[in-house]
Write a protein of this length. Sequence first.
Length: 281
Amino acid sequence: MPTAFDRMFADHRVWVRLAGLIVIFNGVFPALWILATSMKTETELTSLPISYFPIDPTLQNYVIAFQEQPLLRFLFNSFVVASLSTLLAIFVASLAAYAIARLKVPFRNLILATLVAVSTFPMITLMVPLFQTMRAFGILNTYLALILPYTVLSLPVCTLVLVSFFAGIPRDLENAAMIDGCTRLGALRKVIVPLAAPGVFTAGLLAFVNAWDEFLLALSLTSSQSMRTVSVGITLYQGEYVFPWPLISAALIVALVPITVLIVIFQERVVSGLTAGGVKG
């Protein structure tokens, strides 16, 4: 006879809830730990026994984070680079996805397989050719040196996401628009893209987050402090013999705010986009 314990774990809902708890713990706990650390003093952080919550919370680390390094400049640089690369990636990916989903493109499956393969390339393998290319064009240590690579790196994922959405839109709507006088590009802009808005927002958010979090290219292709992005700028708080965790944690929380705001604002569109994309694909 199966016991109550056996019956409980035979129910698939138990496993689903357990997996959900693991995901939540893995995602939420590190953020809460960083938040708690950012409100501790160095003395409290290194004292024993360990205090998991700040005994005497302070916001002084946030003040020092803005004073010790140009954190606002780092945030501005990241916002400019991530925003422009996202817009450019969505524009190019929309054209590519439309061609793959609607036109009779030869070797369509090979193109999709190539996109998947390219998206798995390790970043380190691209560093030398990218650096040499940017140096040859004379755009090292500029916004363009980051915008162009980030756009290219986001294109495979954005294109794959948009292909599944464009393929699921009835052709009759597009044909009706073209009968009414729209060109093919006009139908893409006025019919296809608005109907695929959840997919566009999903692809855009993925591209923005990837550009915002990227570290290796931002470190290698920029050299002056005024051009550093926030992912690289946070490392400047570290000294040769000092690693101020409370200060770094405060800067990390500040860097997380824009991404959190975007996710909160576009949460419904992104969730519906991921769900619909998975069904249509």
